[in-house]
Design a protein around this ligand. Structure first.
Ligand SMILES: [Mn+2]
Length: 345
């Protein structure tokens, strides 16, 4: 089921020998995803760590920012996951850093932006984001056509000749499910579904994983959702929906910031809405803005205009305003100069 035929450097479908050699030779490896890891970042890191450990390396999964508690089921029994809020002592602890689901160390530690590569252990990148501004890595496997970083990690594990053990299967399947909206989004490609089918054949349980990723809500989160839904506004003839989560709403409902994750999907259920902008406090005095769109409308450009990035249908950026309503005003102003593409239907 592997396709090694076309290895176009722009969208390689198979990891390079250089990357595989570096991974095989590393003894002490830290694998880490972008700040506030999602299911793809954490699932990919876990799967790769398990594969490298099986081959004799010491591999640790780190995370920076908020740990997604909905992924506790993946972490269960795994004592090699550690909070990694700083990078300062990593060079003495690790001989290799693997960045998954992001392209540069500052995506993990924003304070590290602009630091020279020597500030970190030598690093490699496995990612499906397309911003290629930083190329200080030793090797990479980057393909923006991949549904999830897990799709690339799957191939790395195959290429390493590691076994797809039950915990690896579960981590990869959770990552694929997480980044494709349970295989409901445009990135649910044939390749991604083939991998999913293989993972299911190895015992992966889609129902079980969806239970933790999509259901299993706390009452506080449900109450936060009702408050967030009440803030929905429509703009641009109903094509753009905005939604807000303020600190007061978190306080009133007793929710934490992480419980606002994923609520961005709700306004996209609305008839006629092509794009959603979701503004939520990030717990550090800023506003996190998540953008979602239907195929045909690329929100990545909009996120880039604010210093962020992501994918065509899912992008994000950070606004320095502590008040999400200020960030909302800024976006609406920017949208005045942004021509939304013709409605496709
Ligand atoms: Mn991803």
């Amino acid at each position: 089921m592997t396709s090694q035929l076309s290895n176009n450097p722009e969208s390689p479908t198979w990891p390079t020998e250089k990357l595989l050699t570096i991974l095989k030779e590393a003894k002490r490896v830290l694998i880490i995803g972008h700040q506030n890891p999602d299911g793809d970042a954490l699932g990919s890191a876990l799967a790769l760590a398990l594969a490298l450990k099986a081959q004799g390396a010491e591999a640790l999964v780190g995370y920076a920012g908020i740990y997604p508690t909905s992924l506790d089921f993946l972490a269960q029994g795994k004592d090699f996951i550690e909070p990694m809020p700083y990078w300062h002592d990593l060079r003495s602890r690790f001989d290799l850093l693997v960045l998954v689901d992001c392209l540069a160390p500052f995506r993990v530690w924003p304070e590290a932006e602009g630091l020279p590569p020597e500030s970190f252990p030598p690093y490699v990148v496995i990612d499906h984001h397309s911003d290629q501004s930083q190329k200080s890595y030793q090797a990479c496997f980057v393909n923006h056509l991949a549904a999830a970083t897990a799709e690339l990690v799957f191939k790395v594990i195959q290429a390493l000749g590691a076994e797809f053990t039950p915990p690896i299967v579960e981590a990869l399947l959770a990552a694929l499910i997480s980044d494709t909206g349970s295989f409901s989004q445009a990135n649910s490609t044939e390749e991604c579904l083939r991998q999913a089918a293989f993972l299911v054949s190895k015992g992966g349980n889609i129902e079980y994983i969806n239970h933790f990723l999509k259901r299993n809500w706390s009452l506080t989160r449900m109450r936060l959702l009702t408050q967030a839904l009440a803030t929905i506004d429509l703009h641009h003839q109903g094509r753009v929906a905005t939604m807000v989560v303020t600190q007061e709403m978190l306080n009133q409902t007793g929710s934490c910031v992480a419980e606002a994750d994923g609520l961005v999907e709700y306004p996209l259920l609305l008839n006629g809405v092509d794009m959603v902008a979701f503004f939520k406090v990030n717990g550090q005095g800023q506003t996190r803005v998540s953008l979602r769109s239907r195929p045909g409308l690329d929100v990545r450009e909009l996120a880039r205009a604010f210093g962020g990035g992501g994918h065509k249908q899912a992008a994000a950026y950070l606004d320095d305003s502590p008040n999400p309503l200020e960030a909302l005003d800024k976006l609406l102003n920017k949208l005045e100069t942004f021509s939304l593409p013709e409605k496709t239907g």
